[in-house]
Design a protein around this ligand. Structure first.
Ligand code: HEC
Length: 428
């Protein structure tokens, strides 16, 4: 059986027997399951069935990716597909590896809008169902597969790669940067976007950077010219100087809308770099991804992306957990700053990332990542945006597992290098 902890709750009788011995619990015995990430137990009152209990959870939380032709390795759209995977589903959901979401959303360190996050009760339901032998129930009651999220109806700008690119099928992951001209002549403000993957089977994540100087554009052009085919190889960032992260997207999300009245400046006449992470586990297919965007001439409050980062990373090899940390003051004259959203960033050895603010000795948790997965970086908007003040200290701490490395891991943008950054979407 799987790694998940299923504790049979004695229903009044208190015989203390556990359900992990492989015996099927009798129908409708309440089952209590621990959610180890949040440290809470949830009780499932009766044996769950696929049709009435499990399918609604999967349709809402999994089917956007686990669909035919989606990025996930198998569909989870009906009972026949799902039943043989019941144990694996219970394991991955209990470990909170699926659905993929980096920020901890248990509630002890903020909660996020549209978090891909199961409740402890939902995890318990999947586990209790798997433990009971994955009963079908009345399949006529199972929910239909969900409609894909509605697109951005008000998009007025398309940021398009311009040509199709066929990723390098000799790699499992191809990280490619494309220089794109959004075609705006005067400054505009980006207020919403939606990434439309050309081929959802291969597009794993998309990040777009605004280039703010002619020098940054020239650097990108020379990187592009040095490689055959559209775009150039890049990992982490676009590999140029003055660039700003403006769009972060991973599959399974609908459009992103920035908080009302706010937006990020796109400078007139400047180009952008769109980085696409192609995952080729299922084959290499040509792709032309575009970003549908809403831009406005002005916004009430211009937002910026601020970052807190640890520098000079130099990690010893063969360490199950080695950390870096950095403190930075919020500039004294900043006044009150609202943090609307956050995007953590590390590379492949990253495991944990924690950001907190300290105000007159009082600590405030801003972000807690307990099980980092490089594949799932994107912006997450707070349900209740925290505020910091000029003079506060912000501290970032990143933890890495270097047991797979034989040499020192250094700071840098390469696949074998590391980073420790949290990007915040902020306004005054
Ligand atoms: C945002 C897209 C996305 C969502 C939402 C999502 N998955 Fe996945 N899932 C993936 C991808 C991509 C993989 C393969 C790569 C990986 O394991 O990260 C995967 C892999 C898996 C695996 C296989 C892991 C293995 O070891 O082979 C299981 C099981 C799984 N998902 C279950 C679920 C369940 C259950 C849900 C919903 C509760 C869910 N996933 C939601 C994208 C998603």
């Amino acid at each position: 059986m799987g790694l998940f902890a299923v504790l049979a709750a004695a229903c009044g009788g208190g015989d203390g027997s556990t359900g992990s011995s492989g015996t099927t619990p009798p129908p409708d015995t309440p089952v209590t399951v621990l959610d180890p990430t949040c440290g809470v137990e949830a009780t499932v009152p009766k044996t769950p069935t696929y049709a009435e209990d499990v399918a609604p959870i999967l349709m809402k939380n999994c089917a956007t990716c686990h669909t035919n032709g989606g990025i996930a390795p198998f569909p989870l759209l009906d009972y026949e597909q799902t039943k043989p995977l019941a144990g694996l589903l219970a394991e991955r959901t209990t470990a909170r590896e699926m659905p993929p979401f980096n920020p901890n959303n248990c509630g002890h360190c903020n909660t996020f809008q549209d978090a891909r996050w199961l409740t402890s009760e939902e995890i318990a339901t999947i586990s209790a169902w798997a433990e009971a032998g994955a009963p079908a129930g009345d399949l006529t009651k199972a929910p239909a597969k969900p409609e894909p999220p509605a697109g951005l109806a008000d998009a007025n700008l398309t940021i398009d790669m311009g040509v199709a690119y066929t990723p390098d099928g000799s790699k499992v992951d191809d990280y490619r940067c494309f220089i794109v001209d959004p075609g705006i002549t005067a400054d505009k403000f980006l207020t919403a976007y939606e990434v439309v993957p050309g081929d959802p089977r291969v597009v794993h994540h998309v990040i777009a950077f605004a280039l703010d100087t002619a020098a940054a554009e020239a650097e990108a052009e020379s990187l592009d010219a040095a490689e055959a085919g559209p775009g150039y190889t890049c990992f982490g960032g676009p590999g140029v100087g003055a660039s700003r992260f403006v769009v972060g997207w991973a599959p399974g999300g609908g459009p992103t809308r920035f908080p009302a009245g706010t937006g990020l400046r796109l400078e007139g006449g400047r180009k952008m770099v769109v980085q696409v992470h192609y995952n080729l586990a299922g084959g290499a297919f040509p792709d032309q991804t575009r970003i549908a965007a809403v831009v406005q001439d002005s916004v009430e409050k211009e937002a910026t992306i601020s970052r807190i980062a640890a520098q000079g990373i130099n990690l010893p090899p063969q360490q199950p957990m080695t950390t870096v940390t950095n403190d930075e003051p919020v500039p004294a004259g900043a006044g009150a700053v609202t943090l609307w959203g956050v995007a953590p960033h590390m590379h492949g050895t990253g495991k944990t990332l924690h950001v907190e603010a300290e105000h007159e000795g009082q600590k405030q948790c801003l972000l807690d990542v307990g099980n980092w997965d490089f594949h799932w970086q994107s912006f997450s908007m707070y349900e209740t945006p925290p505020k910091v003040q000029g003079g506060d200290t912000i501290r970032i701490t990143c933890g890495y597992d270097t047991t797979g490395r034989d040499t020192v891991t250094q700071q840098g943008e390469g696949t074998e290098d590391e980073m420790c950054i949290a990007f915040f979407y902020v306004t005054r």
